[in-house]
Ligand binder design. Structure first.
Ligand code: NAD
Length: 353
């Protein structure tokens, strides 16, 4: 077999284990830092305060104002807190929104980051930052953005509501599905992607059934690490372009949009690259899109774009934007084909392929 690929491993330290969030202080010291700014959303303020208390003198203070899509105004306020508190590193406790704020600070200051993820979005292992200013979302990629240390501790994830666990897991799975056909894929990214999908296939139904079970929560974080890592390693395609369009222009919620679109975009691309998506059909026992759709429905995921407040009239505009400056995709796209794909996702009908 002829093989051509390039591969670069990530420089991040990955720590896995129940109770390992307790080692955050040790990591602050290993990074040669003295005072961490602890970040969270307002929902997780109490968890962040508890963490800061455990860190004692290693915590500068808590900034619990992280919000979705990393608005530059919030980052600017946080930058002032960094300056006033003399923090020399950040500890981000939360999902992609909190991680995004930590990344935005690191992008501007190169301060080291320790991330303790509590959703499955996967942002903690990518060198990518999406931020919004004046209603526009832009994305930057830089080695400064990649967090230095990621601590996956299932004990902090049992409070993640089941609905959010499901959509967040499907969001991560979308990274893995697109990694399987990425132009710059390599043997390691494909292995990690398939293993990430297998992890979520087992973990999500178990989390729905027993959300407080630490071992299934650990399996979810394992899937998040794998799927997030491939998101950081290889290029994404049509699925991510459509979700960025819907989130950016129509303000649809991030994880839910990914969850609804995944069976449809995967089924669309399966027609062009059935061999590359064969692991998906095998893991989800069926056709690629149909198998993912059955799985999503079985775990109570939202199934139709219309349930996110999108109108049928919005679909035309969305298809136009998604095809204007498209990301590379394994199957050629045009506005009518993407309009039809969006219609299928809007109605929530089962994809044939
Ligand atoms: P989120 O971080 O916005 O979290 C959603 C809500 O759940 C928040 O209120 C949060 O406080 C709460 N929450 C999180 N974990 C919890 C827990 N364990 N218990 C109770 N409540 C909890 O959601 P998300 O889907 O993780 O992140 C979405 C954001 O991440 C988007 O802005 C998206 O663009 C970004 N993202 C970026 C990348 C990247 O590589 N740059 C990758 C994926 C997502």
């Amino acid at each position: 077999m002829s093989r051509t690929f390039t591969y670069q491993g990530s420089a991040a330290h990955i720590v896995f284990g129940e109770g390992k969030a307790e080692t955050a202080g040790e990591w602050i010291e290993k990074l040669d830092c003295k005072k961490a700014l602890v970040l969270s959303t307002s929902n997780q303020k109490e968890d962040a305060a508890r963490l800061a208390e455990k860190l004692g003198p290693l915590a500068a203070c808590v900034f619990a104002e992280a919000v979705m899509h990393t608005p530059v105004e919030v980052t600017e306020t946080a930058m002032q807190v960094v300056a006033d508190s003399g923090a020399d590193c950040v500890v981000s406790l939360g999902g992609g929104s909190t991680t995004g704020l930590g990344k935005a600070i690191a992008y501007r200051t190169d301060l080291p980051q320790i991330v303790i993820p509590t959703t499955y979005a996967g942002s903690e292992v990518t060198p990518i930052l999406g931020q919004t200013e004046g209603g526009r979302k832009t994305t930057v990629r830089s080695p400064k953005i990649l967090p230095e240390v990621v601590i996956y501790d299932a004990t902090l994830t049992t409070g993640l509501p089941v609905g959010l666990s499901v959509t967040s897991g499907l969001n991560a799975m979308a990274h893995a599905v697109e990694a399987l056909y990425a132009q710059d894929r390599n043997p390691i990214s494909s292995l990690m992607a398939a293993e990430g999908l297998r992890a979520f296939k087992a973990a999500l139904p178990a989390i729905v059934k027993s959300p407080a079970d630490l071992s299934v929560r650990s399996d979810g974080l394992y899937g998040a690490w794998l799927c997030g890592t491939v998101l950081g390693a290889v290029g994404m395609a049509l699925h991510h372009k459509i979700c960025h369009t819907l989130g950016g222009t129509f303000d649809t919620p991030h994880a839910e949009t990914h969850a609804i679109m995944l069976p449809h975009t995967a089924g669309f691309n399966a027609v062009a690259v059935p061999d590359l998506l064969a692991p998906v059909a095998e893991i989800f026992s069926g056709s690629v899109g149909g198998g993912l759709w059955d799985f999503a429905r079985s775990i109570g995921a939202p199934m139709a774009l219309r349930d996110l407040g999108l109108t049928e009239a919005d679909l035309d505009k969305a298809a136009g934007i998604a095809t204007e400056n498209p990301y590379w995709n394994p199957r050629p796209i045009d506005k009518p084909s993407i309009r039809a794909l969006l219609q299928q996702a809007w109605e929530g009908s089962r994809p044939a392929a």
